[in-house]
Every structure is written in structure tokens, then in C-alpha cells.
Design a protein around this ligand. Sequence first.
Ligand code: SAH
Length: 350
Amino acid sequence: MTEIELERDIKSLTLEQLKEQMKSMSEKPYRAKQLYEWLHVKLARDYEEMTNIPKTLKEKCRENFSFTALSVVKVQESKKDGTKKFLFELSDGNLVESVLMRYKHGNSVCISSQVGCRMGCRFCASTLDGLERNLLPSEMLDQIYSITLLTGERVSNVVVMGTGEPLDNYDNLLKFITLLTDENGLNISQRNITVSTCGIVPKMRQLAEEKLQITLALSLHAATDEKRRSLMPIANKYSLEELMETCAYYFEMTGRRITFEYSLISGVNDTEEDVKQLSSLVGELNCHINLIPVNPVRERNYIGSDRTAAEAFKNKLEKNGINVTIRREMGRDIDGACGQLRRSHITKQS
Ligand code: SAH
């Protein structure tokens, strides 16, 4: 998607940019505010809904801008905990998945950042067909807006942990965060947003320098370079040493504690040796580790560690003074049909 097209995507524009657009269309600036409110507060899906916008302006907008909207293809609901998984169709027919998790402290939505992914992690189903395209800022917002409209419930936390590598779609991700946290829009706090990355070092440094208050989650999954390389191709590019330095830098710049994601794969990364290596790797850092047994992916032959092994792994890390949680496995009964999105993850880092 080129820069020009992005400028023509009405829901990807900031209020300031929309004001400029109104100016160039010889419209009054307050029209920008009205349109912005329809788009980002009232969550309109079409110009038809915008009752205080004159017909002539609606026509001009139709000619000048694209207007993204998702349609629902499928909704699956967990009978155990009310977790809902949504399959959405984008305007060009591509499909994305999002998940709504309900917690005592609020609703959390897990969104996708790309259609497909090119990172190639061995255990992940989202990458099997490679990357199709990046999502626009509006298409990331649409997942949250659609779920809000469909459920009638407010979303308080957002995790960018669905399909795609968010830092491989950096500019659109940042624009999305700007719009999502805008006080004229849904006004979600930066602290209630988590972005998960497989570890693209230069982009992590760039993100650190933005000095946002979001949580950065790093998908670690192994504590030696050799093992990590066998699971995640990105590890061939950046060593664990560089990664850890970058995590320390992120903490230094933002004051935000890093979260490490560690998916337990039976016999692969859940041994005694792994605990030791992981403990010494993260020892010095102000961090939190999230453990989750890997979801089996049909095309791969990895099996998740069982409950006992996961508990044992957790206890040993705790003995070494490390903050660690086994994620509640939300929507376990609808996991099987997915294999792409993790359901058991962060909503709120204490
Ligand atoms: N690309 C980003 C975010 C999307 S993946 C990243 O790598 O962090 C979200 C999380 O799910 C990552 O921690 C990823 O490693 C993990 N994941 C992918 N497939 C999984 C599986 N089958 N079981 C458990 N976790 C998985």
C-alpha cells in the first residue's frame, strides 16, 4: 500500500490530517471533527449513518477517500469462559482473525497486524503461507471497532498478538496506536496496549525511542542462540545478546518492564537445562515471563508441555527469583480450530 493510498484512507487519518483534507476540499474545519467523531467514537460503518454531514460532503468524501469496513465471516464462542474468536473479511476479500477475552478488570481484544506473516517461526500457523500484505491503521482499528459494535461492550485492553509481525508493519502500527489512544477517539490508554514481537532489533530500538508507555512483549521461546535459531528464523539475524541489550535499552528509555513470551514445547525447551539457561539469560533484567504450552499446529510436530511440566518449569524459575505466570488458557475449547492466535496472554501487566 503506497503512501498516497494511506492518505486517502479516511479512517487512517489523524484529526489534524482530516482538517487539512477538509481545507483542501474547501470545507469548514469543524466538519473534520464531526467526521472524526463518526469514524472513531460512534464507529460508523458507512457515510449513510452520518446524519449531521451534508449530502454534498458525503459525496465528496466518497470520491476522495477509501472507507474500510470489516464483515463478519464467523464467530466462535467458548462455552467455558466467554472468549470469542472472530473471523473478519477485509474489503479486498482477505481474512483476519481477532479474539475477545473477558476478564474481571475489563475486555481485552487481540488483533492481527498483517495478513499472513513472513517471519517463519516453526511452531506458528500464521506464517505457513507467508505474508500477503500489511494491514492499514484503519484495518487494525476496525477489528476493535467491529467487536465493540457486535458485542455492545467496551474494549479496555488491546494486544497486538494475532497474525503478523507488528514491527514488520512499523509505520502503520504507530499510526494505529496514535489513533487508538487519541482523546478524540476511543481514548485507550497506552498502558493498556501490548505489542508482541519476534525480536526485530532495529525496530525495537526505534520503538524504545518513541518513549511510549505501551508494553513490549518479546517472543523468546528459547534461551540459547542455537535452540532459538531452530525455532525462529529471525534468530539467525539477531543474537540473544543483542536482543537482551535491546530489551534493557527499551526499559531504560520507557521505564516499562519487558514481557517475555515463552511457549513450552515438550522435550524441546522445557528441560532442567532450559530453566538454568533462561534464568541466567534474563537474570539481570526487569522483566516478566509468560509461559504457555504451545498450541499444536497440524503442519508441525511440536507438542505442548503438560500441566505438571509447565508448573515445574514455573516453580524452578520462581526459585531463581524470576517473575513468571502461566497464562490462563482462555477459550481453550475453541483453540483447536485456530492454531494461529494465542488466547492465553496478557491483558494487564502489573
Ligand atoms: N509476530 C509477533 C506477534 C504474533 S504471534 C510475535 O512473534 O510475537 C503471538 C505469539 O504467539 C508469539 O509469542 C508467538 O511466538 C506465539 N505463537 C505462535 N504460534 C504459537 C503456537 N502454536 N503455540 C503457542 N504460541 C504460539
